[in-house]
Design a protein around this ligand. Sequence first.
Ligand code: ADP
Ligand code: ASP
Ligand code: MG
Length: 960
Amino acid sequence: MDFNGLYETLIFCGFLMKCRRLSNSPNSRGTSPSHAAAMSLSSAISPSSYAAIAAASSARTPIFNKKKTAAVLSPLSLFHQSPSLSKTGIFLHRGRKESSSKFYIAASVTTAVPSLDDSVEKVQLPRGAMWSIHKFGGTCVGSSERIRNVAEIVVEDDSERKLVVVSAMSKVTDMMYDLIYKAQSRDDSYESALDAVMEKHKLTAFDLLDGDDLARFLTRLQHDVNNLKAMLRAIYIAGHATESFSDFVVGHGELWSAQLLSFVIRKNGGDCNWMDTRDVLVVNPAGSNQVDPDYLESEKRLEKWFSSNQCQTIVATGFIASTPQNIPTTLKRDGSDFSAAIMGALLRAGQVTIWTDVNGVYSADPRKVSEAVVLKTLSYQEAWEMSYFGANVLHPRTIIPVMRYDIPIVIRNIFNLSAPGTMICRESVGETEDGLKLESHVKGFATIDNLALINVEGTGMAGVPGTASAIFGAVKDVGANVIMISQASSEHSICFAVPESEVKAVAKALEARFRQALDAGRLSQVAIIPNCSILATVGQKMASTPGVSATLFNALAKANINVRAIAQGCTEYNITVVLSREDCVRALKAVHSRFYLSRTTIAVGIVGPGLIGATLLDQLRDQAAILKENSKIDLRVMGITGSRTMLLSETGIDLSRWREVQKEKGETADLEKFVQHVRGNHFIPSTVIVDCTADSEVASHYHDWLCRGIHVVTPNKKANSGPLDQYLKLRALQRRSYTHYFYEATVGAGLPIITTLQGLLETGDKILRIEGIFSGTLSYIFNNFKSTTSFSEVVSEAKAAGYTEPDPRDDLAGTDVARKVIILARESGLKLELSDIPVQSLVPEPLRDIASAEEFLLQLPQFDSDMTRKREDAENAGEVLRYVGVVDAVNQKGVVELKRYKKEHPFAQLSGSDNIIAFTTERYNKQPLIIRGPGAGAEVTAGGVFSDILRLASYLGAPS
Ligand code: ADP
Ligand code: ASP
Ligand code: MG
């Protein structure tokens, strides 16, 4: 430094000093001199000149340090030098009584400056387990009542010594960032926003303090706000805030909350001082919005601070610190946890307790997974992985400082003191809070949103050393943070995740860096895959355990979630998958329930609460508790829709009173809205739509629903007996995906007909013929059509007993049986259309066009003789009449007809409305495999549908 340089420095420092004096407040004990000086500068000069000086102050001025080597010191930092530095050489001096506030300005050239410590009157800073560190998050000090509560907790802790790290009152840091944003956007409302911040603290102070304490706090607050106003004005004029300006402004929330709390603790009888941690904590910027603590320097400063502030309880500001040049900085968002951990390490504390608003670290973010459980313990590594990958209950940097000295961290809930919390220490135990031993080796799950993947791809990458280094070199130059990396061993591509906000710059840098390779075709592309999220699965015991990733990916597949990239480090503590953002919460929910709860939760949407639908809802209601208890299956009906009204619920409809609720809260039916609601319920990974209508319009949506990963269960025959091409498309889709389509109740209601047929085919049997009485109505009619009655009498009887459709011709026409035949034929591999099945209608030709059912029944007796003759002919041959459907697999045909069977034949033995189906196969050749039983009625049909839903649950992982 030449003389002029030195002179300028002194003039500048002197100017700052003058300003400092001008604004020196009587109650500025707590204000670090450097910050106060910087601030008072702003109030002493016009805003525009302040901006200019502030800019100059960030250009550091070289001076010499005691080893005679050039050091870089900002003008602001000059205020922070120890008196010892000024013992020789030139100094400007403004002494104060309290040593903590004493400051000297020095620019010296000297050889033998005594060490920093020599000048400090030695008061040994006690270290060790006698220190207990508490950190209170923003919500813990969110109001005067809560601050009082915190003070009580602190006072009640009977540790020998306590250091309490405190965050800003909740929302205050956001408000402070908003001030900066407003000021640099030249939005005048920053002034009123600042007033609101002041008002909030004023009101809190009025509520908590009185007398001198209140006066001191308010003077200090007013003083700080004046300074902030001036600084924000400078930012407003410049239209820009440097990082140090911004850090300075946003850190005020902690300065105020710490003072408030310390006053209250003192009021409660605690021996307490507050610490502006900018006087103690020294950190170096470490790129990517991070800082590294300088432990050595911080320790020295802590000793110094303690020597003049001895007390049993220290209330320290979280979040804020200084650079080695004494420029105010922060530990970045949510950094107070980190502050507490650093303090814990500096004091070699016995324990760091982090107080927050949840019962501890949950197995997944409790806001996203309602079934998440509190973990009793976590290892340091697990906690680190969880927090790094998005569990914001803990700042990711918190672990390193405490791990060094094996200091346990306990996360506790200030609002639930009886909860023991989560202990983070060296060894973790696989237990949840309620003592449940986990079978799983997975501890927890966390997610990070707003990411993008970058894929660098090309044949020219394989075997070329330095490609990865060049890629990540380019990423580093942009300053982007790489969150995960994945490279296939073919070396054909490298993909990595970066924050979405940085992806464009990264891609641009890579394109520039690899221009030549791209032009030459050695690299084919630098592709951006936007809208991604990361799901991390964490657990120390996953290491060396086979099957964990298989289970994980299986759960994702079952929830129909596509995985875009995967990474697992060789420590095996973490498996990271990249997914589409819209799938993230569903994925989290799916893997969580798979590993943790083995509970299969399915969102159910019921379409058509008619006779079958309503019966199903009753069955679901009656069985829900048993299923949950015994099989860990949780079926939540999220919506019920008829053709006119629908009922939607966010958490599950109360099935004991859905009819009333539908009347009260039903809205106009809209099938798409309904499906979106049931499916969009992100906290449930799997969705099933149960179509209980007989409607072909509803059935026409199945393909789309299955494509969207929605499972379909139905007794509706329309889809499987509709146009062949659509049926084939549906089945092909079902086979290709993990989405399920079950329709057991389309044939024979609850009888196991479809599953039996599928079982035969899947195990290699060959179907020759399926023959059966598929209509309960027609079964009843012919079982009761004896010599004592006429056909029309039996039909009327069946109608009166409720066995027929309202118009019995719908049964007698045989179309319904034909639909069942076509379903079974197609299931057996025959490619037939409904029109390929000849159907013998039992409705006499002249009566087919009659308008009403009543008229039809009146006229039917005219045709009895024909049917009587057929019955008598059969009887004379020792046979009975039966109305059957036949699948002739050998000749690839199907038919529905009235046939005669010997009296000994099983079909002749039926009673009531039973169905009977005979499978003749290569294995069941001599004797057909016969299934018989009631094949119609709401109870058994709904039962068949219910059993399909449970089959779905077991396919999705429910225990058997
Ligand atoms: P504080 O202000 O006390 O530091 P934070 O909001 O930073 O509190 O962190 C606590 C919040 O973290 C909880 O309210 C919770 O919503 C969220 N969180 C996210 N993941 C988890 C998890 N796995 N376990 C517990 N809390 C979590
Ligand atoms: N108040 C700071 C923030 O909100 C630090 C913290 O609370 O951890 O980011
Ligand atoms: Mg936090």
